[in-house]
Design a protein around this ligand. Sequence first.
Ligand code: NAP
Length: 492
Amino acid sequence: MTQVCVPVCEKSLDAFENASARACEFADIVELRLDCLAAVEDWQRWQQVLDRISRPVILTFRPAEQGGYRELDHDARESFWKTAPRTDWWDVESDLAPDADWSRVIISHHDFSGVPDNLEQIYERLAASPARVVKIAVQANDVLDCIPVLQLLDRARAEGRDLIAIAMGNAGIATRVLGPSRGAFLTYAALEDASATAPGQITAQKLRSVYHVDKIDRETMVCGLVGRPVMHSVSPHMHNAAFVSAAINGVYLPLEVRDVKTFFRRMVHPRTREIDLNLRGLSITAPHKSAVLECLDWIEPEAEDIGAVNTVVVDDDKLRGFNTDAAGFIEPLLALTGSLAGSRVAVIGAGGAARAALWALRRQQANVTLFARDAAKARAVGQLFDVSYKPLPSASFAEYDVVVNATPVGSGELIDQTPATAQQLAGARYVYDLVYNPIETRLLKEAGEVECKTLRGLEMLVAQAKIQFQLWTGQAPSASLMYDSAAAALGQ
Ligand code: NAP
């Protein structure tokens, strides 16, 4: 059974009481991090708080060097455990040996610098103690760091030892979501984003309502988003909602990957991987869409032409690569315009999204012009797809049927900017912004001012995700469900 533990770390006893009550909504176990308090006093009052917590409690008093919030020497910790109340569990660092009921002790080791080379020996040392549960938390600096942690869970399961093994940090999220299905005694999750007590801890609400951690088992088909960064992505919201709605036993995770080739060799390719996650499919995003081509056994011709793969299917012992960006780009545009044959289309930008758009537009016999700030790059891309190039500064789009923004202008740090003003857009019929966060960009607002019809980037995101889902599962997901899940995740 999956157990989600929510740590509570507050500065006063009253705040502990409030937060514990809220934690009980999502948690199976509540961990009270008493090292968050300046001083632990009045155990009688604490007992009243403990009595009101409706879930089993783990008591923790961790020193700073093990990830705690206070400098605590050995004596301070020893005397803490001498007077601490008996709770369901005590989490005690491995250098202590308190007078305890060891069937209720979690013996723990933390490493915030990385995965130690002697991870197995640390496990063996802790497993030799009388403590009922062993806990090892290490820092994942790369998704590959999940391998030894998941392997340790497999070993403990085979040996019948209760183990909590976590790779902290964004790159370790797979251990938090998949750990319970591989036998982890529990997984930790934060009460709120801001209250995470370890790096990479996601909220309990998200773990349950987005990743459906309680439903994951060894049969669960695993899919994921490979890129860096990936934690901001709304793709897990879309795909996980689609899995639930289609009653498919699947989960979709963000996988923060530095080196795509090593990742594919050690974690993905069925002939070389060191761990079997039951992977079925991957979305590939920046900066790996081109580098991934070398890692595959077969690539569809369209993706070869575009020079980018954004979707991988794991088929028995083979990896197949696809590009769903091109089809995802053109589908909503065709739905709006009917046809693009002979239409004059301006594409702004000369990066990956622009390449997929240019390929798709050329297939529709559109008459395309590329606008970009870097002339050399634009000329090279223009030549590849046989389209003309014009410089972006001071461009006028009055003569174009469709204007496409394939730059990040309008999102992130450039959220207040637009690649074209209302004045520049006046006369164009349609404006299509591939930026999807925010959903309503400044470009779309400028376009609305001069009565251009507009198309949002979220339409493309959903259209390409729909095709990915179909490639992995053989089933067509609901586009409106995906759209609503993504829009809700974007808070819009
Ligand atoms: P990319 O490969 O990094 O290319 C970005 C392009 O934008 C480059 O040509 C870059 O020019 C240009 N650019 C960047 N900042 C600019 C600025 N301030 N002014 C003018 N041009 C600028 O990125 P990408 O993967 O193509 O993505 C582009 C946008 O499309 C992103 O916002 C992404 O989220 C979005 N997108 C959406 C979907 C979807 O499904 N809706 C799919 C893919 C991408 P330089 O080369 O000169 O730097």
